[in-house]
Design a protein around this ligand. Structure first.
Ligand code: HEC
Length: 465
């Protein structure tokens, strides 16, 4: 392991990435990828029907998208890569090597998208000056929609590659990495979902921006409902397509992913809840189609439901990939599968750069154990915070004295006990050191510090200088 270990012992490292990433995806899908084409469509309809009111409405909706995507959206976008690089530098390093050109193109496409959104929103009023200007402006809307979609399409290649790299594991080819077995299905799911979510947002904005009882409100509500209903069919088709390409092992993980372990029996009810979520939005859209005005309390529901749905979906996607961070290549603890035989024989400390001790001895059991905990468990567990390893063992063995032999035996087979956990990458003595550390930290519950707090130790191997 060549990186110092960043660690947050209260909230856990997984949650740090999850909060930033989910916020970003919610904004990206609903207010960029989905909203740009919907607003452009409204603008086009306004131009075609010579309705200045519709044009103004489209501009106000775009204002919301513009402000949120260029502030919170952009910040969380950068935040994802920052937090992921802190928490899992080895996997990001691998992904950069595989997807270098994709990222390079992504950067250009993203900058273009930002320039286009600035032009599109800031030149809106000017576009009203002439027929020619309006036509040109609508073309910018189309270009913005295309570029927003391409940024998502590139990132989805990386996300789906992490789930199942397919033949890349043998060929190591860039094209195989991009067109991995999950890619097109995931894109076919996210695209209509983004459109669907944008429709939900606009349904709410209609209630805020337009006057009750007007024919204008009725007509935009109808247009938006038709938009939602047309895309909902593709959301369903896309989700079935997607579900079918997820590797079997991951489908098995799904019940733990949707709830946590204790809630895995609730899995069926959660799936039903998801079904109810989609059907409720469809029902609301159908109701709105009749031309009746939606009360604010109801029009907020599609936003809440579709945002919760995407949140559950992202959590599930992140979880079911486990024990891998990159399918069949690298485990979530950042050790590659092909490193395992050597490390299990010689130990991880010997091959790690930023550890205090290169070898476990009777005297350094606890100190070495701390480094082993950081290296092998801390990407998913804390010692005393969320998903605390101490309380996990206590739940299993009761809160009295934890039995060392039973713990070592558990760690030896942890990947069989729970297939979302990677096998222990180190040697047997390192398991014992880890157990000593867990027992010690149970007795004296001090949060485990990451490298950002405690600094790094670089130990030079005996004999080497
Ligand atoms: C890839 C992520 C990951 C890694 C790495 C990981 N775990 Fe876990 N572990 C989990 C998850 C997720 C759970 C279940 C949490 C829940 O939903 O309750 C879990 C549960 C456990 C449990 C309770 C199992 C049960 O049946 O009740 C123990 C004990 C445990 N982990 C120990 C460890 C130890 C020790 C390490 C390091 C050697 C480790 N884990 C590494 C993800 C991981």
């Amino acid at each position: 392991m060549d990186f110092p270990i960043f660690h947050l012992d209260f909230m856990g490292n997984r949650l740090l990435i999850a909060v930033i990433a989910i916020l970003h995806v919610l904004i990206n899908h609903s207010l960029a990828v989905g909203l740009a084409p919907l607003v452009t469509y409204f603008e086009y309809l306004g131009w075609k029907n010579k309705s200045e009111e519709l044009d103004q409405f489209a501009r106000r909706v775009m204002f919301v998208g513009f402000v949120i995507t260029t502030s919170l959206g952009a910040m969380t976008g950068v935040g994802i890569w920052l937090s992921a690089s802190l928490v899992s530098p080895a996997s990001i390093a691998s992904l950069i090597r595989v997807f270098f050109w994709a990222w390079f193109v992504e950067w250009i496409v993203f900058v273009t998208e930002v320039v286009l959104i600035l032009i599109y929103f800031l030149t809106w009023r000017k576009s009203l000056r002439s027929e020619e200007a309006k036509r040109k402006h609508i073309k910018f809307g189309v270009a913005l929609s295309v570029f927003s979609w391409i940024t998502m399409a590139i990132i989805v290649a990386i996300l789906s590659f992490m789930m199942d790299p397919g033949s890349w594991n043998q060929t190591k080819s860039f094209v195989d990495a991009v067109f991995n077995p999950v890619y097109l299905a995931q894109l076919a799911f996210r695209t209509p979902l983004a459109m669907f979510m944008a429709g939900a947002v606009v349904l709410l904005l209609i209630v805020i921006f337009t006057e009750k009882g007007t024919t204008f409100r009725t007509s935009v509500t109808k247009t938006t409902s038709i938009w939602i209903l047309s895309w909902s069919i593709w959301v369903v088709v896309g989700s079935i397509f997607y579900y079918n390409v997820i590797p079997d092992m991951m489908v098995n993980n799904l019940s733990v992913a949707v709830g946590t372990m204790e809630f895995s029996n609730w899995y069926d009810s959660l799936l039903i809840a998801l079904g109810i979520g989609v059907s409720s939005i469809v029902a609301i859209a159908l109701y709105a189609l009749t031309g009746k005005s939606l009360p604010l309390a109801i029009s907020v529901l599609p936003v809440l439901l579709s945002f919760s749905l995407l949140t559950v979906f992202e959590r599930a996607r992140e979880f079911i990939r486990k024990p891998f961070v990159i399918g069949n290549y690298m485990y979530s603890n950042m050790f590659r599968i092909d490193e395992y035989p050597l490390l299990q024989k010689e130990g991880i400390l010997k091959h790690a750069t930023y550890v205090k001790h290169k070898e476990v001895t009777e005297e350094n059991m606890v100190e070495a154990g701390k480094d082993i905990f950081l290296l092998t468990c801390s990407r998913c567990h804390t010692s005393h915070g969320i998903n605390s390893v101490v309380s996990k063992f206590q739940n299993m063995y009761g809160s009295s004295e934890l039995n060392s032999d039973a713990m070592v035996a558990y760690i030896q087979g942890m990947h069989n006990a729970r297939y979302f956990m990677p096998p222990f990458p180190g040697s047997e003595i390192e398991m014992k050191a880890l157990v000593s550390y867990i027992q010690k930290t149970k007795e004296y519950p001090i949060p485990t510090e990451g490298a950002q707090e405690s600094g790094v130790s670089v130990s030079i191997q005996r004999g080497a200088q």
